[in-house]
Design a protein around this ligand. Structure first.
Ligand SMILES: CC(C)CCNC(=O)Cn1cc(-c2ccc3c(-c4nc5ccccc5[nH]4)n[nH]c3c2)cn1
Length: 247
């Protein structure tokens, strides 16, 4: 494959090391998301090995709720990733578009189930995603979840520290305390994700990072009145039971 096989369309988003464009393969008119990574940027960011590891991980992951890396190629300046196109874009935007900023129980259950399904598959393949949050979930034309952005995935178990960036709201206690962790970090995030679907905001949201840390470490959740007993029971079990077990 090469760039000449595609017609490039609108930009879909900007990543750290490049951009994502809507593109159409010229022969079959197949729609894809074409992500460009600048080689010089990867070398400068000293992430070329990590990107190669991500490509290695993603080419072996095939699951209906994991965004497929269809193929990749490169030219002198750039690496091109041909990714599945998810026609309804970022779930995060869909969540914010809801009248009261949250999903009803039916949609929350559907999305939580589909993410859990994708995570079970990842864990069976010894991959920890580590960065489950609405921003990393995409929606297909049929409204199904595609788990994307394995920017922080590692092979389990791992004690690999990584620089904290983006939201802390999803970090489980053992990562906040820099301990070794295992696939359970994804369970924790799944519980936080389910909470955010139902309440419209993550449970440890605070004015300061320090406050968020403290709430996470003490696992202090202020249950939103929007979360019914059944959902509260599920989230507690998915999120806290494992951590009581681990800690
Ligand atoms: C190193 C490599 C193996 C990492 C591979 N994974 C990624 O690069 C993660 N990634 C996925 C994307 C991405 C971003 C947006 C889309 C979209 C998409 N569809 C949209 C519809 C409407 C508005 C925006 C949309 N974005 N479909 N597929 C995508 C894929 C960007 N980075």
């Amino acid at each position: 494959w090469s760039l000449g096989d595609f017609e490039i369309g609108a930009p879909l988003g900007r990543g750290k090391f490049g951009r994502v464009y809507l593109a159409r393969e010229k022969t079959m008119h197949y729609m894809v998301a074409l992500k460009t990574l600048y080689k010089v940027e990867l070398v400068k960011g000293r992430v070329e090995k990590q990107v190669m590891r991500e490509i290695e991980i993603q080419t072996h992951l095939k699951h209906p709720h994991i965004l497929q890396l269809l193929t990749y190629f490169h030219d002198t300046k750039r690496i091109y990733l041909v990714l599945e196109f998810a026609a309804r874009g970022e779930l995060y935007k869909e969540l914010k578009r809801q009248p009261d900023g949250r999903f009803n129980e039916h949609l929350s259950a559907k999305y939580t189930y589909q993410v859990a399904d994708a995570l079970e598959y990842c864990h069976k393949n010894d991959v920890i995603h580590r960065d489950i949050k609405p921003e990393n979930l995409l929606l297909t034309y049929d409204g199904d979840i595609k788990l994307a952005d394995f920017g922080w995935s590692v092979h389990a178990p791992s004690s690999k520290r990584f620089t904290l960036c983006g939201t802390l709201d999803y970090l489980p206690p053992e990562m906040v305390m820099g301990q070794t962790y295992d696939v359970y970090v994804d369970h924790w995030c799944l519980g936080i994700l389910c909470y955010e679907f139902l309440a419209g905001k993550p449970p440890f949201l605070s004015d300061t990072q320090q406050e968020t840390y403290t709430k996470i470490k003490t696992m202090y959740i202020q249950w939103s009145d929007k979360i019914k007993p059944g959902a509260k029971d599920l989230i507690s079990k998915v999120t806290f039971m494992f951590h009581i077990f681990i800690l």
